[in-house]
Design a protein around this ligand. Structure first.
Ligand SMILES: [Zn+2]
Length: 133
């Protein structure tokens, strides 16, 4: 699989989704909000989901980075401070357990695991960075 981001982008991404800035996407250049624009699906045979070539851009300045993102609707099977296992179904209907690194809040994950609620997880560059809705 081709990757279209470089190391510098990865560092910026890690900063954008810093643990201390829960859920907020803040531009590292000017501090305004960032928006995620999903562009086109990437074909990846090893992924049960369809990743999208994604552009994350600032609403105010010219800051822009590319990443690969997709979302999974599932429940928290297990987690620790670094990793999470998400139980879900693949598009073909089979049960899937996906394991990723995450930057989510520990208490939030604890709550989600206890409730066994179906949640949509946003995965960017193979890291779970946000819970949607
Ligand atoms: Zn900006």
């Amino acid at each position: 699989m081709k990757t279209r981001y470089n190391k510098n982008d990865m560092e910026i991404l890690a900063g954008v989704w810093d643990r201390t800035h829960d859920k907020s996407l803040i531009c590292p250049q000017c501090g305004h909000n960032l928006v995620i624009v999903q562009v086109e699906p990437i074909h990846d045979a090893e992924n049960a989901y369809i990743p999208y070539d994604t552009i994350i851009e600032c609403t105010s300045c010219d800051f822009k980075i590319r990443a690969e993102s997709f979302s999974i609707l599932g429940s928290v099977k297990s987690f620790d401070l670094k990793n999470i296992e998400i139980a879900s179904w693949s598009p073909s209907g089979s049960r899937v357990i996906s394991r990723y690194e995450h930057v989510l809040d520990y208490d939030l994950l604890k709550k989600l695991k206890e409730s066994e609620e179906l949640t949509e997880f946003l995965i960017v560059n193979k890291q779970v960075i946000q819970v949607i809705g």
